[in-house]
Design a binder for this molecule. Structure first.
Ligand code: DGJ
Length: 717
């Protein structure tokens, strides 16, 4: 057996040099972009081009480059490497050579190219996979790593992708924040040296740093002109993007799982598959790359990305833990009166020995609380059906409170250091997901609820803390695999959930925003962007999420946070997947009427917001208002949202030039979502304009008054 392996590798290594004798090109392309590699006669693969498509492919041969595709540590490389390991004999080097490529046409739109690399001295192999999505102008890259040495190897670093840029200057746009301060934006010029954007939160990707960025060469990123390269990692855990400007002023971008405290032991013949790095390049600015990514997400990533979503009434902001059957029945009635599709029961419905009446106890004990809900969930589900709405429920199945029966029964199921004090966040600890028994338990939380109440139509899956002071009893001496194995276990559980409940809508929530990455989207239909539901602050937060997350997945709830009018908060929430989390019974008659009409408007127009293209027309960072528009692919229908900001004095607002229309079409512009007894100050009913006029001259859409909002329905005649 061992002998065969050695023979195999001799042939393998030899073959690599034969193939490498002549230069050859590997061209990955989408509608407008090419990423080109060249295999040189030293059998190494170099990136020679990334950018707008070149017409004459032969001219690629004029391009020279020393940018190796996936650089191993320990040889001649003096900058950051993509992969690092130490071989069984103690040799710490990896030198990867070309050994072959494979091209698969997966369908009319998607091709997959596999570039196979192998070390010339050790039986160590890396397959780089590239999927090119032609129409969406999106590419996906990941690596498969395998070795055939006698004993396991420890991977110190294992990037998904390494990409190079050559420009005079590089500008990096990235997003950061904290609880309720999610998705703030920064843009900076990269200077010589390394800039790292990463996270070490374990159970989630973001909050402090977001796994999404935009690089714009030579000048700061612009909305609809100039080069923009947007990238993200499909991984619901620790990520790392390294941006290194080297001595030649080239930019090296390395993306992947954060290797921080995460050395990974790879057994002989076992394959380690990295998550995918996903990117889109355009020379038409941030607008084009975000539209590309939205189209791609809806088609290839987000669960049921082409299906409608439900509007809802949630009870968290309205009642917190303080409810009983009667109160909930009343809220279900309110949902029905309001006209939303569903009632969502949030935290606080479970546990008996330690009832869940605050956030100090009970996580882990997923039995219905008999004091609050003596007749179980079934009665509420039935009440919802009777009232013509669906019923949804909140869970947080990866967590445990020390005051819970689960904690008492299974102390060995918890991530915590054996010899140090437990470190709580929101009074809770994280379960040891790598343990298959824990995976069964977490799956059973969903499965039991669905088995006992098959009419549950929706779930909200929460995750209210990152990992700290963690140690996995299950992983024993392999603690450095905890971060990676946790995410793999999370995906394993979700695979089971999806095998049994393929289309159950589930919102991904993480103590506000937190698990907002393309890896999780495959299992979830929507995400909770932030606990901050202040209408004004949401203008900025939603603006920034719109760079990479499509509106259909972004849950926006109207709550009593913020001092803006109900209309303002409603208009802001409409720019995504709208819901309510507020006491409807406290509404005045006019507020109720306004909300009922707003839901009807939303139901008529949500298709444009969910499946259309976003145009960020006026940035809240450039002036005193934000104007965002969505139009459908056929340019027959659009919705425009305008929000003035919180200025002390009245501001003069000029006309706004629209985008995303057909110049040769005529459009009717109608202001909608008007509060009862008010009239539009901007457009007379049924006023029409040509697309040409709307895009070249534009229209007035906002008053001079601070904190006002306007919504316009634009329909081709
Ligand atoms: C955090 C979430 O972001 C809230 O919406 C709510 O579900 C609470 N958790 C419940 O504990």
């Amino acid at each position: 057996m061992k002998k065969t392996m050695i023979t195999f590798w001799v042939i393998f290594a030899f073959k690599s040099f034969v193939i490498g004798q002549t230069d050859s090109l590997i061209i990955l392309e989408t509608k407008n972009t090419q990423l080109v590699y060249s295999v040189k006669n030293n059998s190494k693969v170099y990136q020679i081009y990334l950018g707008e498509k070149l017409t004459n492919k032969v001219e690629f041969t004029k391009l020279k480059s020393d940018k190796e595709i996936y650089i191993g540590a320990g040889t001649s490389n003096l900058f950051e490497s993509a992969i690092q390991t130490t071989h069984n004999d103690g040799n710490p080097s990896l030198d990867l050579h070309f050994v072959g490529k494979e091209l698969k046409t997966l369908n009319d739109n998607v091709t997959e190219t596999i570039i196979k690399l192998a070390d010339d001295k050790y039986p160590f192999e890396v397959k780089l996979h590239y999927k090119a999505y032609y129409n969406e102008d999106v590419m996906e890259q990941w690596a498969e790593i395998i070795h055939h040495e006698k004993k396991p190897l420890t991977l110190e670093n294992y990037a998904s992708s390494m990409i190079f840029f050559d420009a005079d200057k590089y500008f990096l746009t990235h997003f950061y924040g904290d609880w309720a301060k999610d998705m703030r934006v920064a843009e900076e010029q990269l200077q010589s040296g390394i800039k790292v954007i990463d996270s070490k939160l374990g159970t989630r990707a973001n909050v402090y740093q977001t796994p999404f960025f935009i690089i714009s060469p030579n000048k700061p990123a612009e909305e609809n002109t100039g080069e923009a390269f947007a990238g993200t990692l499909a991984w619901t855990g620790n990520f790392k993007f390294t941006f290194e400007v080297d001595n030649q002023n080239s930019l090296r971008l390395i993306s992947g799982i954060n290797p921080y405290a995460s050395q990974y032991k790879l057994q002989p013949n076992q394959t380690f598959t990295t998550p995918a790095f996903i990117f889109s390049y355009s020379k038409s600015g941030k607008e084009a790359v975000s539209q590309n990514l939205h189209r791609w997400v809806r088609k290839y990533s987000l669960l049921d990305g082409d299906k409608p979503r439900m509007t809802l009434l949630n009870n968290w902001e309205a009642t917190a833990f303080n409810f009983d059957e009667q109160k909930l029945s009343g809220l279900i009635g309110d949902a029905s009166k309001l006209g939303v599709d569903m009632f969502l029961l949030d935290d606080g419905w479970f546990a008996n020995k330690y009832p869940r009446n605050n956030d100090k106890t009970s996580l882990g004990d997923w039995d219905v609380n008999k004091t609050k809900l003596p007749n179980g969930l079934g009665v509420l589900v039935k009440e919802a059906t009777k009232q013509g709405v669906k019923f949804g429920i909140w869970i947080e199945p990866e967590m445990v409170n020390p005051k819970s029966e689960l904690y008492e029964k299974h102390p060995d199921w918890i991530l915590r250091l054996p010899n140090r004090e437990e470190h709580y966040m929101r009074n809770q600890l994280v379960l040891d997901l790598p343990n298959p028994k824990v995976q069964d338990f977490v799956f059973s939380v969903v499965d039991n609820l669905m088995t006992e109440n098959p009419d549950i139509a929706y779930m909200k899956w929460d995750c209210n803390r990152p990992m700290t002071s963690s140690f996995s009893p299950y992983l024993k001496e392999n603690q450095s695999q905890m971060y990676v194995d946790y995410v793999l276990a999370f995906y394993k559980i979700l695979d089971r959930v999806r095998a049994k409940y393929p289309h159950l809508p589930i919102m991904l929530c993480s103590g506000g925003g937190g698990r907002i990455d393309y890896g999780a989207l495959k299992y979830f239909t929507e995400y909770w962007p932030t606990d901050n539901t202040d209408g004004y602050e949401r203008v900025f937060i939603q603006w920034n999420y719109s760079y990479y997350m499509p509106a259909i997945a972004t849950c926006n709830h109207i709550t009593s946070w913020g001092k803006q009018s109900l209309k303002y908060r409603t208009d802001v929430a409409m720019m995504g997947k709208m819901g309510y989390d507020i006491m409807i019974s406290h509404f005045t008659d006019k507020e109720l009427k306004f909300s009922q009409d707003a839901i009807k408007n939303y139901n008529r127009l949500s298709n444009i917001v969910w499946f259309g293209n976003v145009y960020r027309l006026v940035s809240p960072y450039d002036g005193n208002r934000a104007v965002v528009m969505y139009s459908n692919d056929s340019k027959t229908k659009a919705v425009l949202f305008s929000y003035t900001l919180n200025t002390l004095f009245k501001e003069i607002h000029q006309k706004v030039k629209l985008r995303g229309l057909d110049a040769s079409k005529k459009y009717k512009v109608k202001e909608i979502n008007l509060f009862p007894d008010t009239k539009s100050k901007f457009v007379e009913d049924n006023q029409s304009f040509s697309g040409d006029y709307l895009m070249k001259i534009g229209i007035s859409v906002s008053p001079n008054t601070p904190l006002t909002s306007n919504v316009y329905e634009i329909t081709a005649e």
